[in-house]
Design a protein around this ligand. Sequence first.
Ligand code: DQA
Length: 144
Amino acid sequence: TSILILNGPNLNLIGTRQPDVYGKTTLADIETMCRDKAKSLGFGIAFDQSNHEGALIDLIHAAKGKHAAIILNAGAYTHTSIALMDAIASVELPVVEVHLSNIHAREEFRHRSYIAPVALGQICGFGATGYLMALDALRDHLKA
Ligand code: DQA
């Protein structure tokens, strides 16, 4: 079973980007944590990041038939992208929405997620651990 872990704009900069908000863990660190965790659960993973909305949409389309589920941190596109929402609805793959920060405790414009209505669920506020929680959630979801 393979899971796509997909990261959106500016997430390539975490570790140094606003560390008070996003922590000091880099995206490469998160990838390593996810690979270890996925291995222990018997999953394979593909781990990707793009700053481009259309590239993220292409990766979601390409996931169909290739991956059993998607873990998505869409960054700021979470709050703006009807196109990403439509892409997720189109591929009919289970998606777990992840955010490092608690988007509901931040500026009002971050409270709205276009991903949430088409996601299995949302995990936010737990930093890098949220990705591992998402893998656990998918282990149970895909088993059921
Ligand atoms: C984020 C939250 C978004 O509001 C923000 O635009 C990001 C990162 C998070 O992981 O906390 O880029 O998705």
